[in-house]
Design a protein around this ligand. Structure first.
Ligand SMILES: Cc1cc2nc3c(=O)[nH]c(=O)nc-3n(C[C@H](O)[C@H](O)[C@H](O)COP(=O)(O)OP(=O)(O)OC[C@H]3O[C@@H](n4cnc5c(N)ncnc54)[C@H](O)[C@@H]3O)c2cc1C
Length: 353
């Protein structure tokens, strides 16, 4: 057991994920959220923990997106991500600097590093949070129980997405959470911002959990990243077949958008998993999201409800997707989508004439 004085834990830290010397977007998104949370804490310092080899050049970018302090852990052993040395580095940082909150991206790396680190420093972790706030816990003061203030309230779907749970970690520190890419927003960059930079080296112990990397094989994907798209034309089971997605491809083409889909479409083998939106797919936040032949199951909505404008096309006027849509068209997508594509094409042609 690590002896802890919870009062000593102060400020917010984020794990600043970098791969091949390039910061991952999630690092900047977590900084955006950390900045917002810090407003409600006594210690408002936001620290980015940067782990790798020769990564010192990334500190200014982290400052630009909201880091007050960057702790750089630079070591040849940390060149490529490996579970054990990275866990030792992050756990070492937590034990030395004692942050009150630690946020990690729910990326392939973060899903490996976050829980292992939380176990190492003997605290809890809430995975895949969709909302993070500072508040009282328990949420409602109950007679005879102490209500603690300024706790991290971590909200996430639970029980297969059938309910939303708010979880806190009042008796252990730090409070740890993972957040999926695309859920939080980065701040507008602050030009010329500088952070306090601390170069710190934990004692890395080469134990029997160290693995040796023999070769790194990079996956080559020619599928668009739907999390980056500004316009998404998303299809569901109602599209009917892989071939019928041609209707959505045509609409996406005139709008310079990208096609995405529901899980039913992936399960049917019509589209690859990388294009799936939702709780077990990607979280997206485009300017415009077309939901075509998608019923609006809670697990789908969890991945797209933050879109700026949602346009639903469905033949069933009672489909739940209309509850989250800004605009709804009730009817057969096989008629509506080609009409819409033609109208937009004509409108764009006359605008450019
Ligand atoms: C743990 C868990 C995780 C999950 N994760 C995800 C996830 O990440 N993403 C996800 O999408 N789902 C997820 N699901 C599945 C989810 O519950 C739904 O089953 C799924 O979203 C349904 O997909 P759909 O809307 O395409 O199909 P359906 O629910 O079958 O809806 C098809 C819709 O098309 C409409 N339609 C049919 N024909 C036409 C037509 N000609 N014109 C217009 N409209 C038409 C119908 O009225 C209907 O509303 C998850 C489920 C579980 C239990």
């Amino acid at each position: 057991m690590i002896e802890k004085n919870l009062e000593e834990y102060k400020g917010i830290a984020i794990y600043a994920q970098q791969v091949d010397g390039k910061l991952s977007n999630i690092a900047l998104e977590l900084l955006g959220k950390a900045r917002e949370l810090a407003n409600d804490l006594d210690d408002k310092t936001v620290t980015a923990v940067l782990i790798g080899e020769n990564v010192g050049g990334l500190t200014d970018e982290l400052a630009k997106y909201g880091a007050d302090r960057v702790v750089v852990i630079d070591d040849p052993e940390l060149k490529d991500y490996r579970t054990e040395p990275y866990t030792q580095a992050l756990a070492g940082y937590i034990n030395e600097f004692k942050p009150e909150i630690v946020l990690v991206g729910a990326t392939a790396i973060g899903r490996d590093l976050g829980p292992r680190t939380s176990a190492r420093v003997e605290t809890g972790l809430t995975a895949d949070c969709t909302v993070l706030e500072i508040g009282d816990f328990p949420l409602v003061a109950a007679p005879g129980t102490e209500q603690k203030h300024k706790q991290l309230l971590m909200t996430r779907p639970a029980f297969g997405g059938n309910t939303i749970a708010t979880i806190a970690c009042p008796d252990h520190r730090p409070q740890m959470a993972t957040v999926r890419p695309g859920v939080m927003q980065k701040i507008a960059p602050i030009a010329d911002a500088k952070a306090e930079v601390i170069n710190w080296k934990p004692a890395l112990e080469k134990n029997n959990c160290y693995v040796e990397i023999e070769k790194v094989v990079k996956e080559v994907s020619n599928v668009a990243d739907i999390a980056e798209a500004k316009i998404l034309v998303s299809g569901g089971r109602g599209v009917g077949s892989a071939e019928n997605f041609k209707l959505l491809d045509d609409l996406a083409e005139v709008l310079h958008g990208t096609v995405s889909c529901s899980r039913a479409v992936v399960d049917n083998g019509w589209k690859p998993k990388e294009l799936q939106v939702g709780q077990t797919g990607k979280t997206v936040r485009p300017h415009v999201y077309f939901a075509i032949g998608i019923s609006g199951a809670i697990q789908h909505v969890a991945g797209m409800e933050e879109s700026d404008i949602i346009i639903a096309i469905n033949k069933d006027e009672t489909a739940p997707i209309f509850d989250v849509a800004d605009y709804g068209i009730v009817g057969d997508l096989n008629k509506i989508v080609p009409l819409l594509t033609d109208k937009i094409k004509t409108a764009l042609a006359s605008k450019n004439a």
